[in-house]
Ligand binder design. Structure first.
Ligand SMILES: Nc1ncnc2c1ncn2[C@@H]1O[C@H](COP(=O)(O)OP(=O)(O)OP(=O)(O)O)[C@@H](O)[C@H]1O
Length: 123
């Protein structure tokens, strides 16, 4: 019973730490704020263009994918700066790879966006 209670308490604590991280990201990280603004903009476009339920699912998924990748990239950048604040070739490579993950997400989000909106503007 006690271990069960500890398990629930630990999960609750982990949830509050994660919520704290979420708050830090959306209030102080410029890249996340910028991506959030783009996400809100695309949501407004979605309403204007009256996209279908399936298109909404893909669009929300794409926005989420970008925000998740960008958040993890930010975390890795912070960790790299903390463990090695000075310039180092390997730190540069690690940061580039981490940014590459966000770039991957962006490529697929753009593809999803083109599939949704090109037919609406051309047809
Ligand atoms: N300590 C370092 N050593 C070597 N190269 C670095 C270092 N810090 C940054 N770089 C290079 O500069 C690039 C940008 O790094 P930075 O940490 O400024 O990322 P950013 O995406 O511009 O971050 P921000 O979110 O702060 O705008 C890295 O991808 C890397 O190529």
């Amino acid at each position: 019973m006690n271990t069960e209670r500890n398990f629930i308490l630990n999960r609750l604590k982990a949830f509050t730490y994660a919520a704290k991280g979420f708050w830090i990201l959306i209030t102080s990280e410029k890249s996340i704020i910028a991506q959030t603004i783009i996400g809100v903009f695309m949501t407004i476009i979605g309403f204007i263009m009256n996209i279908s339920a399936t298109e909404w699912m893909f669009q929300i998924f794409a926005i989420g994918l970008i925000l998740v990748a960008e958040s993890l990239n930010t975390g890795i950048e912070k960790l790299a700066d903390f463990v090695h604040p000075e310039f180092h070739k390997e730190i540069g490579r690690i940061k580039d790879i981490s940014a590459g993950a966000a770039f991957f997400a962006a490529i697929f989000a753009v593809i999803i966006g083109l599939i949704i909106y090109i037919p609406k503007f051309i047809l």
